[in-house]
Design a binder for this molecule. Structure first.
Ligand code: GLU
Length: 488
């Protein structure tokens, strides 16, 4: 296969299941997915679990679930199979062994028996001479009989690749031409043994055998790329096209971390960010469609995505923007959909809902929708409807008014609202009653103390809507309680 315009587009996401799904990894996966969709290509998921000490099945599940939750669908992968499987590196040991043997047989790799102590001494010596710490080549010319004997004797060894020293340049779709002096690598270790191959080796074998045409990954891998290209060449494999995506940065332009508000995909999900909002948000970090649009469905992203528009410099992660995008998606949902989405958060917060509460909640959601930045916000935002919080009597007094006035209008509101019968206690009637009062006083004098009496909070939706949701009995009880608070 030669990579050119006619090559079928095949990309892969190759996560190592050694931790939760980082938002940066999800973004790289999304770029791969969008690139594949845009070009009618194939998206492969490959699990790179050769680090047996740090890889776990739980992390694999979290990673795969996270990608799927974000709306990505892959054509080949450990769960789906495909023509180039298995798609879990831990199941490909035989394939790697065979390819390691090929390099050994072709004298492109060799067994190295140098001990840690010897290697350390070599490095110290090179450093003292001001030379780069490359392997000195002690074992590169051992004869076959010696190697066989030492291996049979059980002497510990690794497999090194005979690195060709040259100037190596490759064209990166995002960063342009990148050049390396491979002489600085020395003969690199590609496997600890025939059955324990290392990353740079396995990735080349897999990318080649899985017919990957474009390697799109984080730019923390740039220094691995020339090493991998040498391996592709040693096997006579076609070298894929590379695109290294700049890492996301924190607001102070340092490496993105928790302290910048970055979280794992699981955490975003748990807090009530919608998958379509998170996907939309991460797509826009370091990429833009060249116009002002900010809200994209996955289909729209797939149509607009263009790798050449991905910024070559690190892009700052802006947690507020995610909140803004999430709020846009929340507003697009119907109240019924939101009710379903919000319920788990209320349950988790220990709110038991009666049928009557559920009815009330539908109205609360319609009312608070504009204030919801994330689904879990429903817990604090709805709390006062179910239990009046403690508040200070002083809050009942509007800042442009005084206590006497507040008490007077509150008592008048109570008297007016009492006149509305239970069956007719709805927003239009409540509003009409209060507006009539406000006409003879002022809106602030009537609405402020009443709103605080009903919500116990300085900021909340208006008293008409709250009273409508609370119902006659609770509304009157809360006003009476506020009046009591204001007794001299
Ligand atoms: N398993 C590697 C990682 O998680 C993937 C590197 C690659 O895409 O080549 O960083």
């Amino acid at each position: 296969m030669k990579i050119n315009e006619t090559t079928p587009i095949r990309v892969r996401m190759a996560p190592s299941p050694t931790g939760s799904l980082h938002i940066g990894t999800a973004r790289t996966a999304l770029f791969n997915y969008l690139f594949a969709r845009r070009h009618g290509g194939t998206f492969v998921v490959r699990i790179e679990d050769t680090d047996t000490e740090r890889s776990t099945k739980e992390f694999e599940a979290v990673t795969v679930d996270g990608l799927s939750w974000l709306g990505m669908r892959w054509d080949e992968g450990p769960d789906k199979g495909g023509p180039y499987g298995p798609y879990r590196q831990s199941e490909r040991t035989e394939i790697y062994k065979e390819h390691l043997q090929k390099l050994l047989d072709g004298n492109k790799a060799y067994h190295c028996f140098c001990t840690k102590v010897e290697l350390e001494a070599q490095r110290t010596y090179l450093a003292s001479q001001g030379l780069p710490p490359v392997y000195a080549g002690t074992c590169c010319a051992l004869d076959a009989a010696t190697v066989k004997k030492r291996l049979e004797g059980g002497e510990p060894s690794v497999i090194r690749f005979r690195t060709l020293a040259k100037k190596l340049a490759f064209h990166d779709l995002i960063r342009g031409t990148i050049e390396f002096d491979t002489g600085l690598f020395g003969d690199m270790v590609i496997a600890k043994s025939l059955t324990v191959p290392l990353y740079n080796f396995t990735v080349v074998v897999d990318d080649a055998l899985m017919r990957i045409s474009h390697v799109i990954r984080g730019d923390d891998h740039i220094s691995n790329t020339p090493k991998q290209i040498l391996l592709f060449e040693a096997f006579g494999f076609d070298v894929p096209v590379f695109a290294h995506v700049p890492l996301m940065l924190g607001s102070d332009r340092s490496k993105l971390s928790k302290r910048h508000g970055a979280k794992s995909v699981t955490e975003y999900r748990a807090e009530g960010y919608l998958p379509e909002a998170v996907a939309n948000f991460i797509a826009l970090i370091g990429w833009n469609p060249g116009d002002e649009r900010e809200i994209f469905s996955m289909d729209e992203l797939a149509q607009a995505f263009d790798l050449s528009r991905v910024s070559a410099s690190g892009t700052v992660f802006n947690a507020q923007k995610l909140d803004w995008i999430n709020a846009q998606y929340i507003r697009q949902k119907s109240s019924a959909e939101l009710l379903k989405l919000c319920l788990p958060y209320l349950k988790e917060a220990g709110r038991d809902m009666t049928d009557e509460d559920l009815l009330r909640l539908t109205k609360i959601i319609a009312l608070e929708k504009e204030r919801l930045k994330k689904l879990s916000d429903i817990v604090p935002l709805s709390a006062f409807f179910f239990a009046l919080p403690e508040y200070d009597a002083a809050v009942l007094v509007w800042k442009k008014s005084d206590k006497e006035k507040a008490r007077g209008t509150l008592a008048a509101s109570l008297a007016e609202l009492e006149k509305i019968p239970e069956a007719g206690f709805d927003a239009p009637r409540i509003k009409a009653a209060l507006d009539a009062l406000a006409g003879s006083s002022s809106a602030g004098d009537v609405y402020w103390p009443l709103r605080v009496a009903l919500s116990g909070r300085e900021a909340s939706p208006g008293p008409v809507e709250i009273a409508d949701i609370l119902g006659r009995k609770e509304t009157l009880a809360r006003i009476a309680a506020a009046l009591e608070k204001m007794e001299p």
